[in-house]
Design a protein. Sequence first.
Length: 96
Amino acid sequence: MSENAAPRPGDPGGGAENAEYRVAHLRDRLAAEELGELGVRAEVRAGAVVVTGTVPSAQCRETLLRTVHEELAGLAVHTDVVVAETTSPDHAEDLS
């Protein structure tokens, strides 16, 4: 959905209520798609949507960010989504 697109049917009016509705829709979409297992949070804070969490790969992060931008186009969005380091260490850990 582009920033100039018409509101979705059933969207309430503008403002915080609309942001809350759209964040709830984003949560539903994330739960229903392949991203459902991720530890990602989306919430409205001080007039902006904040998306935080950790994902297992750069590809998951790209998919998540694309989905967030599709669902929340036109809203102020701040993301802090990091990729978990899941590769094996390349050297032994020194525990001394």
